[in-house]
Design a protein. Structure first.
Length: 276
């Protein structure tokens, strides 16, 4: 994929979230089922976390640190606070380009004082070759997550750059957890994506030969296709997830790969890595 195409796709997605922040956030309130297994895999499930007496996640004198890139309306951090022992101190860092989905400043300060939000255009930095690590003011964290972002990243090269940055922002011995949307393996969603993409593509000044297999332009609810109502999404294959994991194998080892979420229990594939 060339840079011009990547820029167009990112602009489409930026416009979507700017226009649909509130309606999108309203549909993204409940935690994903896969998050429970993520916490299990990294040793943070309440049944195991409460019994840990030493190691990275159980030092009462040091706050537990986590970074969520593409944090949206902070629902993962809300879920994390609910799941972890109440006595744990948390120092959480949230990064996103759309701050319109956040609670207002007063509510954020009162309800989630342990969260520090930073507005960063992750995709633009990746496209222009800037190091994402330099843009985010957070220490190396025990847990680094990115849920619902990777499918908006155009091209395998940029996705590899993002995963590399997530690993480098993780403390040695810490964990990275990333989700990969695989909507094309769901018959109903695949049919809808194909139909919507075919309808939207002619409306855009976009060379279709520059798109990669698995790239789609999707609509939103019952809105008519147009600026602010369409978004770029990539549907991942298992082979693509494996290839991305291989890109960082000298820095992190694969702890788990599994499918979860949605009515069929397989709309997302999760990759969990442990920083070496």
């Amino acid at each position: 994929m060339d840079r011009i195409t990547a820029e167009i796709l990112c602009k489409i997605t930026d416009d979507f979230y700017a226009a649909q922040a509130q309606s999108f956030s309203a549909t993204r309130q409940a935690p994903w089922e896969g998050w429970e297994r993520v916490l299990d895999e990294v040793g943070l499930h309440p049944a195991t976390a409460a019994s840990l007496e030493q190691g990275l996640f159980r030092n009462a004198a040091v706050p537990f640190t986590a970074l969520d890139v593409g944090a949206g309306n902070l629902r993962f951090f809300k879920y994390l606070r609910e799941q972890l022992p109440a006595e744990w101190q948390l120092d959480l860092y949230a990064v996103d380009n759309c701050d319109a989905m956040l609670p207002d400043e007063e509510a954020l300060a009162n309800e989630m004082p342990y969260v520090r939000f930073e507005k960063v255009d992750v995709l633009q930095r990746l496209i222009h070759g800037a190091d994402l690590v330099d843009a985010i003011e957070a220490p190396a964290c025990s847990l680094v997550t990115s849920f619902g972002l990777m499918h908006h990243v155009p091209g395998m090269a940029l996705r590899a750059d993002l995963l590399d940055a997530l690993v480098r922002m993780t403390a040695p011995g810490g964990y990275v957890a990333v989700s990969f949307w695989q909507f094309m393996q769901n018959e109903e969603l695949a049919a809808k994506a194909l139909e919507t993409h075919a309808r939207i593509l002619p409306m855009l000044q976009l060379n279709p030969t520059m798109l990669d297999p698995g790239d789609f332009l999707l609509g939103w609810q019952d809105e008519a296709p147009g600026p602010g109502t369409i978004r770029y999404c990539h549907s991942f294959t298992s082979e693509e997830v494996g290839a991305l994991a291989a890109q960082v194998q000298t820095q992190a080892e694969v702890v788990a790969r599994f499918e979860a979420d949605g009515r069929t229990g397989d709309l997302n594939q999760y990759l969990i890595l442990k920083r070496l």
